[in-house]
Ligand binder design. Structure first.
Ligand code: URA
Length: 236
């Protein structure tokens, strides 16, 4: 048995304070009866809770899509610098979420935050070949030769061999889509450096089946919907 306010706050849609207001206003029904108090106990597997007529879904794990802005660390905490967890409200921060993989501080775009350790492991393990697609801007045009070099597997300056990767130059060649099948430290920046250019902007657009919601402003986030959770291999 769990408290009603705890369960509703855990959906990420309302804070406990908001739940209190909803209950007081009679907008929360538990098995068809207006909830008596935010502290009311119930079994989330047996009881049906409606808020303004809409069923509340209680999930074991939380999956958040963040449009990471540049200038924020992909970490859970840092003594000095702002982290991606600092961008979330307290009711989500309390759930032990962590970023699945890292984007550099100056990189932007899709970051999945979850407390589902199994899923994180599967998404990051090279065994599962989860493709990641990035939009990049460079200081010099990329060419057909660069595309061929990426396709053949780039050798980095320190001797590290990269797996074959996709490079699709766009427009005048100073923009491109890059598809990686692995995730080495500063990988794209180092791959582009090996071709004699530098990355000026880097934004992740997708990770496996999960595509950045372009409706999210930089720093904006939302919970994954049920279809996204299923497709990415999470637990609905
Ligand atoms: N490659 C990079 O160099 N940086 C990132 O943030 C992601 C991929």
């Amino acid at each position: 048995m769990d408290r009603l306010d705890k369960l509703l706050a855990a959906t990420g849609r309302w804070s406990r304070r908001e739940v209190k207001g909803l209950v007081k206003a009679g907008r929360v029904l538990v098995d068809g009866v207006p909830a008596a108090a935010p502290e009311q106990k119930l079994d989330p597997d047996r009881s049906r809770v409606l808020v303004d007529g809409e069923e509340a879904v209680f999930r074991e794990f939380t999956y958040v899509m963040l449009n990471k802005p540049a200038g924020v660390l992909s970490a859970t905490e840092d003594a000095r610098q702002e982290t991606v967890l600092d961008l979330l409200p307290p009711e989500l921060r309390r759930r032990g979420l962590f970023p699945v993989g890292r984007l550099d501080k100056d990189s932007e775009g899709l970051l999945l935050l979850t407390n589902d350790g199994d899923l994180a492991h599967r998404l990051l393990s090279p065994k599962y070949h989860v493709d990641k697609v990035y939009y990049i801007r460079t200081d010099a045009p990329l060419t057909e030769e660069d595309r061929a070099a990426f396709a053949g597997g780039v050798l980095l300056a320190d001797g590290t061999e990269c797996l074959p990767a996709g490079l699709e130059p766009l427009g005048d060649g100073r923009e491109a889509l890059v598809t990686l099948h692995e995730g080495k430290f500063h990988q794209i920046k180092r791959m582009i450096a090996s071709r004699g250019a530098a990355v000026c902007r880097l934004k992740r657009l997708s990770m496996g089946t999960l595509v950045l919601d372009e409706g999210l402003r930089p720093g904006g986030f939302r919970l994954l919907n049920e279809e996204e959770v299923m497709k990415i291999g999470g637990k609905p």
